[in-house]
Structures are given as C-alpha cells and as structure tokens.
Write a protein that binds this ligand. Structure first.
Ligand SMILES: [Ca+2]
Ligand SMILES: [Ca+2]
Length: 241
C-alpha cells in the first residue's frame, strides 16, 4: 500500500514538474523540421567594403555523428576571415518569458577549427516585433567558463547552459528573446559550427515542488502506520490444555 501511494505521489510529482519543462522556443529548436524554418541565416562582413562571402554555407545536417538530438542539426560555415555566419530567431520564433521567473536556456554546439570568437547572444525585446530592444547578453562559446554550467554532450558537442532571470528593474514585461549564434564574431578565421537541441524552460520554484511532496506526506505516513500496525507481533493467546 505504501509503495502504491508513493508511486501515486511520484506520478503526481512527475506530471507537475513536466508541466514546467515545456520547451518555450516556439519553432524548430533542434532542426527537426529539416529546414531553417523559424530561423534566419545572415552573413555579416567585417572591415570596410567587404563583399558577402560566396563560400559561406548553411545546411541542415543529417549525419548522425554530427547531432545530439533527433535526426537533424544546424550547420554553419563561414568561408573566410572576413565574415561570420549567423543563425538568428525570426520574430515569430521569439520565446516569450515573464520577469521574476527563473529560466534555463541550453543548447549543444560543436565548433570545428579555431574560430576567433564564436559568439552567442540573447537580445531581448518588450514587443514581439523587436522595435523596443532594451538590451542583450553575450557569451563566448570558446570559453565555457563564461556559462553558469557546461557538460559534455554526445558526439563531441558541448552542452551550454545559461540560467536566466530578468527582474522588474527591466522595462515592462513580458520579454521576447531572440537567440543569435555567430560562427566567428571577430572574423579571424574560417570556422564551422554545428548546433542542436536548443531548449528554454521555466525552472519550477523549489517551494511548489516541496509543497507537493509535503502534501503527499500525511498520506504516506498514514499508510506507513497502518502497515506497521499489521506487522506488529500479536500477543500469544494462552489456552489451558
Ligand atoms: Ca536535432
Ligand atoms: Ca570568419
């Protein structure tokens, strides 16, 4: 009975936390559409009068050795020292988030070669169209130490993890996040980047998870007491022979 109730509570707990772990990136977060749907690829040139680089290429990879989730990943290659290739959320693919809430953003990236400065930026807006850009955050992908945590992922990818929380000191909520990956921000080389498994999830508040367990506690205790009572040795009944 105890185990049954524990299982019931466990199931409740799993369901409750699953609700919080929904991926908030609206469209094609892991290239599984097989296209760049939801994303824009642009070539940014550096230096005066640099023409677009014809050697730049962006493709959807299907080689299982170059992805970490599903059957597809994004692949960006900038062709020269003078350009960077960028993968950026389209306006309708901007995740809407609330202030004063904890979020975790993660993605897997595999960087080949020695790019000058592979960069990840988060631009945040107060409207989905992006006419009000209050600010941005920037992360150096070649320096995992600049992230709150990083873990090895499959196929030689690195999992990058960023904990996000916007306070009410920022402009009016909600905020719309634009994700922006650069192969080579300082454009010092030709570089290649695979990207996969982007996730943005709200982190459940410890209090609500704790309260759920506390809520189950009386049921578990009651069941445990009943079981103990059943197991208690009964006094021997003495009978005259
Ligand atoms: Ca994928
Ligand atoms: Ca470059």
């Amino acid at each position: 009975m105890v185990s049954t109730l524990l299982k019931t509570c466990g199931v409740t707990f799993v369901f409750a936390t699953t609700g919080f772990s929904q991926n908030l990136i609206p469209t094609n977060p892991g290239a599984e559409a097989g296209t760049f749907s939801g994303w824009t690829v642009t070539s940014t040139s550096f230096g005066a009068n640099q023409p677009p680089d014809p050697l730049n290429s962006a493709t959807i990879n299907q080689d299982p050795n170059f992805l970490t989730e599903g059957t597809h990943s994004f692949f960006l290659q900038d062709g020269s020292a003078n350009t960077s290739l960028r993968l950026t959320s389209t306006p309708d693919n901007r995740a809407m988030i609330s202030i004063n809430t904890d979020y975790q953003l993660s993605f897997d990236a595999k960087i080949i070669g020695t790019p000058g400065y592979p960069l990840f930026q988060i631009h945040y807006y107060t409207d989905p169209a992006g006419t009000n850009p209050p600010g941005q955050l920037a992360y150096d992908l070649s320096n995992p130490g600049s992230f709150s945590a990083s873990h090895p992922a499959a196929n030689g990818f690195t999992e990058y993890v960023i904990n996000l929380r916007f306070s009410s000191s920022n402009p009016a909520p909600p905020l719309y996040l634009e994700l922006d990956f650069w192969t080579d921000f300082y454009a010092s080389s030709s570089s290649q980047m695979y990207l996969d498994n982007m996730r943005l999830t709200a982190v459940p508040e410890p209090t609500s998870a704790g309260l759920l367990l506390i809520g189950c506690a009386p049921i578990i205790l009651r069941a445990a007491r009943k079981k103990l009572a059943r197991c208690k040795p009964q006094p021997a009944i003495l009978t005259r022979s």
